[in-house]
Design a protein around this ligand. Structure first.
Ligand SMILES: [Ca+2]
Ligand SMILES: [Ca+2]
Length: 310
């Protein structure tokens, strides 16, 4: 069996206590410097910072580290910007993180001509940057000021960026952990159950039994939580071809730790599918898959993300 995904990701996100803010919608994100790999046909554009994929990133296109270049973020109207969470490097794995430049300092410039600088630690974890006080803005420019130098390439990467206001509920519960009925064996643990709750759409749990029918993921919510929404991606949904090539789930059953269950039919499509839950309070959820739709090339079920919202 051929495996296409070579990411060996063992990210455990250290999620700080600041995770209780509402995410702000970005209308457009651009940069005045973008790396293009003409040979491979890859553009490391700024929108790669919004796609929730760990394997895609913005990279500045200068021969240098890109200091002085900027990213421009246009929000969907006026927002109260209070916090930024940034993955300021290449987050594919620790080796690639160290080979590229990582952010050491950025400067935010606002349309009222004020600005604020932020120092960023050289750690492979998303970092929270808090404004001195929340600011009403419709756009912001983010300038590269200093980097931690890569040991191989003088290229500065940002894998993901998110913007938040001060209050409001978290969109999805973070800091969940997971185990599974089986895992596709891999020495780098590249298909483990933790990859179904890591926040990245392009990392997947893959079962290690037969077709995936009756296989399950046990999700630990990290404490008793009131739940109102459930979301899931099914299949190897990075591309249409990979999606068709591998098994997808057609049905999912959620068994909550309070003893109740809820069932959902899944569309046979790529991307996040979001469902309203009948209100339920639980600390754990067993997520069981059935109604398997068979792939053209392998008989393995892929699940990219399982999410719950308060
Ligand atoms: Ca990305
Ligand atoms: Ca994932």
């Amino acid at each position: 069996m051929k495996r296409f995904l070579s990411l060996s990701i063992a990210l455990v996100f250290a999620l700080p206590a600041g995770a209780s803010a509402k995410r702000l919608d970005v209308k457009e994100i651009t940069s005045n410097s973008v790396l293009t790999d003409a040979e491979k046909g890859i553009v490391y554009g700024a929108d790669n910072m919004l796609d929730e994929q760990v394997a895609t990133m913005w990279v500045e296109g200068e021969g240098s580290a890109g200091l002085g270049k900027y990213i421009e973020v246009q929000f969907d109207g006026d927002v109260e910007l209070a916090k930024i969470r940034i993955w300021g490097g290449c987050f594919i794995d620790q080796e690639f993180f160290e080979r590229h430049n990582r952010l050491a300092q950025i400067e935010l410039k606002f349309t009222d001509f004020t600005s604020q600088k932020f120092d960023i630690n050289d750690e492979m974890t998303p970092q929270w940057l808090e404004l001195e006080e929340p600011k009403s803005v419709d756009k912001v420019k983010i300038y590269l000021r200093r980097v931690h130098e890569g040991n191989t390439w003088n290229d500065t990467a940002i894998s993901q960026i998110q913007f938040f206001d001060k209050g409001g509920p978290t969109e999805w519960i973070e800091g969940m952990s997971a185990t599974a009925s089986s895992e596709y064996p891999d020495e780098n643990n590249a298909y483990g159950a933790h990859l179904a709750v890591d926040g990245w759409l392009d990392t997947h749990w893959v079962e290690g039994a037969a077709s995936g029918d009756g296989e399950f993921i046990d999700v630990d919510l990290g404490g008793s939580k009131s739940l109102s929404k459930f979301a899931i991606t099914t299949g190897f949904d990075t591309t249409d071809g990979l999606f068709q090539g591998n098994n997808r789930a057609g049905k999912v059953t959620l068994a909550f730790s309070d003893g109740s269950t809820q069932k959902f039919d899944l569309a046979d499509s790529r991307g996040l599918q979001v469902f309203d839950l009948k209100p339920v309070t639980a600390s754990k959820v067993k997520v069981t898959f059935s109604g398997i739709r068979k792939g053209k090339t392998t008989d393995d079920l892929y699940i990219g993300e399982v999410r719950f919202a308060p």
